[in-house]
Write a protein that binds this ligand. Structure first.
Ligand SMILES: Cc1cc2nc3c(=O)[nH]c(=O)nc-3n(C[C@H](O)[C@H](O)[C@H](O)COP(=O)(O)O)c2cc1C
Length: 352
């Protein structure tokens, strides 16, 4: 089975390994691309020189297509933010780890901009994908003129139509089940949106572009299901987190191994934007403080000092344990082996 998207990208299996900032390594992306899928790097939180090194490393490992991913969020509006109430909520946790005063919030990385366009034009990946909307029109045109296929994430039909109008070549339909940050960019970011089944089918019917389904897909039956809905491919994140090639922290791995179907929740207490994580102490205790969070991604600068001491104690208390609703299906096998299993299962499910 093939389709125009897979043909253009030289893919043999309809599997895109989700870009995952901080977790998806060149080794993981290369293993997926080399197995006939599309490997991705999430570069949102890396300065251009580190992003360039990761891209060069990936290119050394594969001659096949890959995807580079960035965040196009609004810059954090800190001039209008009152940092006092969140600092007061975090102070006891800082005291617990002897960390001193809660710092003033600041954005740990800028949104995608001119430096990102320059990097993409210099490295020319087959695909560039964007979370939280699309870059400005001139950047989209420059990237498309360079032969780079553009993908954007949609959590609603309205967002899918906006991406189509903005010049995207393919839409990632990110269902409510999905692990990590929700790509929402229109309307109320905190409102729950449709699940992968309902969202994929409705976006397939609403746009002319190829649609890639994401969220809660972790085996070949899930891939066959979304292809039956009209998706051109499945984008899979959480199911790759236990692969040895992923940079998933040991405590995060352990939480995924033990995750049950209803252990995840959507919260913005870690970064300032809603993301699906395995619920832990910080999520439970801060659930009423989400409204106090610094604007994305500045909230990270307040919560990240708690992460290393938490890990050092072997505790998941303060880590953002990003994971989707199918976390319990993740397999701790090398990425090539996982790709092989997913392809076999997908073919078997399609025959059934
Ligand atoms: C650990 C983790 C990190 C993620 N980071 C990114 C990212 O940097 N960029 C992005 O577009 N999506 C990111 N996502 C979301 C994925 O693109 C995708 O929507 C999601 O993984 C699909 O759901 P699943 O995890 O249930 O497979 C991330 C997901 C996870 C689990």
């Amino acid at each position: 089975m093939t389709n125009a998207l897979l043909t253009r990208l030289g893919m043999n299996v309809p599997i895109i390994q989700a870009p995952m900032a901080g977790v998806a390594t060149p080794a993981l992306a290369a293993a997926v691309s080399n197995a006939g899928g599309l490997g991705s790097l999430g570069l949102a939180d890396l300065p251009p020189e580190k992003a360039r090194a990761a891209i060069d490393d990936l290119r050394d490992r594969t001659n096949r297509s890959f995807n580079l991913n960035f965040f196009v969020n609004e810059p954090a509006a800190l001039d209008r933010y009152d940092a006092g109430p969140m600092a007061a909520r975090l102070a006891p946790y800082y005291a617990e780890y002897g960390l001193g005063a809660v710092p003033a919030p600041k954005a740990p990385y800028p949104p995608f901009g001119a430096a990102g366009v320059e990097l993409l034009l210099a490295t020319r990946p087959a695909v560039a994908s964007f979370h939280f909307g699309l870059p400005e029109a001139s950047a989209v045109t420059a990237l498309r003129d360079a032969g780079i296929l553009i993908m954007g994430s949609a959590t609603t039909i309205a967002e899918a139509k906006a991406l189509e109008a903005g010049g995207a070549d393919a839409i990632v339909a990110q269902g409510w089940e999905a692990g990590g940050h929700r790509g929402v960019f229109l309307g109320n970011a905190d409102a729950p949106s449709a699940g992968t089944l309902a969202l994929t089918r409705q976006i397939v019917m609403a746009v002319k572009l190829p649609v890639i389904a994401a969220g809660g897909i972790a085996d070949g039956a899930g891939i066959a299901a979304v292809l039956a809905l009209g998706a051109a491919a499945a984008q899979i994140g959480t199911a790759f987190l236990l692969c040895p090639e992923a940079a998933t922290k040991p405590v995060h791995r352990a939480a995924i191994v033990n995750a049950k179907d209803n252990d995840t929740t959507v919260t913005r207490v870690f970064s300032g934007r809603p993301a699906r994580v395995i619920a832990n102490r910080f999520v439970h205790e801060m659930s009423d403080a989400a409204v106090l969070a610094a604007p994305f991604p500045a909230q990270h600068s307040l919560t990240s000092p708690l992460r290393q001491p938490s890990q050092d104690r072997g505790s998941t208390d303060f880590l953002p344990l990003y994971a989707g609703q199918a976390a319990g299906m993740a397999r701790a096998v090398p990425a090539a082996e996982l790709m092989n299993a997913l392809a076999l299962e997908w073919r078997a499910a399609t025959k059934r």
